[in-house]
Design a binder for this molecule. Structure first.
Ligand code: PHE
Length: 500
């Protein structure tokens, strides 16, 4: 039979004590109480020991009770003075009684028949009686003495003297349940002890010293039951939605994309709209609702040549286009807003310069007015990206998007529909088929218009897309309310699992 070190130790001690209170066994074994309890339960399971548990209602003395034990109950202290003087006022009793004890004292003395109450000169006066002079120990006095001596007594015993209710009322004692544990060795246990138990030191960590010195041959290694039930612990971990976004970021980097980052969530209209060839004061800007910043209202524009190019593209057109044909306002372009799409970063990157061929992506928090419900948020996340290269065409775009849907969304089928964005031509909307969600609209894509790319200084085709990923996150995290992505619900934060 395999016994752990603790079990062996406990059994040896039990062999000496035979039957003992658990606390005694802990003292004898001289190891932690929980370890002894575990050992006892282990021994019991192996038929070597028996644990007897008995619960009992007891009365335990209170702080007040202890004080009464030392200086006497209030009625006895009052009687002491009465015996000396025969007659006292309440004021006289103040020397031996506290404020609290004074109040009920008249009632107490009268109930015992130890004093009579009179009024003399409008004052309350207590006068000792025959019974008071001969007063002897009462049951409550005996109960107090017992409690002061033993601290606690079984309810059954104390009730032979006074009702527990009485002790509680006088704040002498409190009732509680205690569990009495006794451990007993079984004949099989005794047999084993008689045969002799070898108590080798148990080692739980194999150290270089043990190996070098060869001591590892002599020691016994502690065995762990890895299936033993333990308390669940919740170590710190990434917020589930954050974990999801990081995973996507990893994938894209593995696919060779360069990440575009930006510090602020606030954008000028210039980068959100104008640089993307979206006209000011024109229905084409209304393809999405956006917010505006109240304070500060305006930011600044980039270098002059770039602004001039964008202005020209809007007013008169570039690359054979006639433009939108209106007077472009720099003030309007300077207005600040919470970024409404990740595509703003595409424009920034293209203006800054790109590797050709090159692949770029960004994961951005974006903001659009909406009515909050279980599938709509006013702030959400988009992955935007573009691929730039000499020979790129529409077929490449569809190919890349398909790969995305499969790699990132785990979609089995992908569907493209014609769409409109002011900054792409042609434009498509894509949906991916998910076994559980059905057709899920994913986002938009297209080839950036030359009016946009030329203004930003790029002469080769750029294919681009923007994908909303929150609905995908809902699926991967197994939630059906999008608001949960930002929930403080601890249980969810602890248990949410990413299924990839
Ligand atoms: N920015 C668009 C998506 C898009 C990106 C790039 C090209 C075409 C479309 C949106 O938010 O829906």
């Amino acid at each position: 039979m395999e016994l752990s070190y603790q079990e062996k130790l406990t059994l040896i001690k039990l062999g000496e004590l035979k039957k003992t209170r658990f606390e005694e066994l802990v003292k004898a074994a001289n190891i932690e109480q929980v370890a002894v309890m575990r050992a006892v339960l282990g021994l019991q399971a192996k038929g070597l020991a028996k644990l007897h548990e008995r619960s009992e209602r007891v009365v335990r003395i209170t702080e007040t009770g202890r004080r009464y034990g030392k200086i006497g109950l209030p009625e006895w202290r009052a009687l002491g003075i009465l015996r000396e003087r025969g007659k006292v006022t309440l004021d006289d009793l103040k020397t031996v009684l506290s404020e609290d004890e004074l109040k009920p004292i008249v009632g107490l003395l009268r109930k015992e028949g130890w004093a009579n109450v009179k009024k003399e000169d409008g004052k309350l006066v207590l006068e000792i009686t025959e019974k008071g002079l001969n007063a002897e120990e009462r049951p409550i006095d005996r109960a107090l003495k017992l409690l002061a001596e033993k601290e606690a007594l079984p309810v059954k015993e104390i009730e032979k003297l006074v009702p527990v209710k009485e002790l509680k009322r006088r704040k002498i004692g409190e009732e509680e349940t205690v569990t009495e544990r006794e451990v007993e060795i079984t004949p099989a246990g005794e047999e084993l002890v008689r045969k002799g138990i070898e108590l080798k030191r148990e080692v739980s960590v194999l150290t270089p010293e043990l190996i070098k010195s060869g001591k590892w041959k002599e020691v016994e290694f502690r065995k762990f039951d890895i299936r033993a039930p333990v308390r669940r612990i919740y170590p710190g971990k990434k917020q589930p939605y954050r974990a999801f976004l990081d995973k996507i970021r990893r994938r894209l980097i593995e696919m060779g994309f360069i990440e575009m980052t930006v510090e602020s969530l606030i954008e000028t209209q210039f980068w959100n709209f104008d640089a993307l060839f979206q006209p000011q004061n024109h229905p084409a800007r209304e393809w999405t609702d956006t917010y505006q910043l109240r304070y500060p209202k305006s930011g600044s524009l980039p270098e002059k040549e770039l602004v001039e190019m964008v202005k020209t593209a809007h007013e008169r057109g570039l690359a054979g286009s006639r433009g939108w044909g209106y007077v472009w306002s720099p003030e309007r372009a300077m207005l600040l807003m919470p970024r409404a799409h990740g595509t703003a970063l595409d424009a920034r990157q293209l203006a800054k310069g790109v590797e050709i061929p090159g692949k770029y992506f960004t994961i951005q928090r974006v903001f659009r007015p909406d009515v909050l419900d279980r599938t709509h948020l006013i702030e959400f996340n988009q992955i935007d990206g573009f691929v730039v290269g000499e020979e790129l065409n529409f077929r490449h775009l569809l190919g890349i998007l398909k790969r995305f849907a499969v790699e990132i969304a785990g979609a089995k089928k992908v569907k493209f529909l014609p769409d409109y964005y002011p900054f792409t031509e042609p434009s498509v909307q894509m949906s991916a088929y998910h076994p559980e969600l059905g057709w899920v609209e994913f986002g938009g894509a297209g080839i950036f218009r030359e009016e946009m790319t030329k203004a930003l200084g790029i002469d080769v085709p750029v294919i681009a897309w923007g994908i909303g990923i929150d609905r995908l996150a809902m699926f991967k995290l197994g939630i059906d309310d999008i608001r949960y992505l930002f929930s403080y619900d601890l249980r969810w934060l602890r248990e949410a699992k990413l299924v990839w």
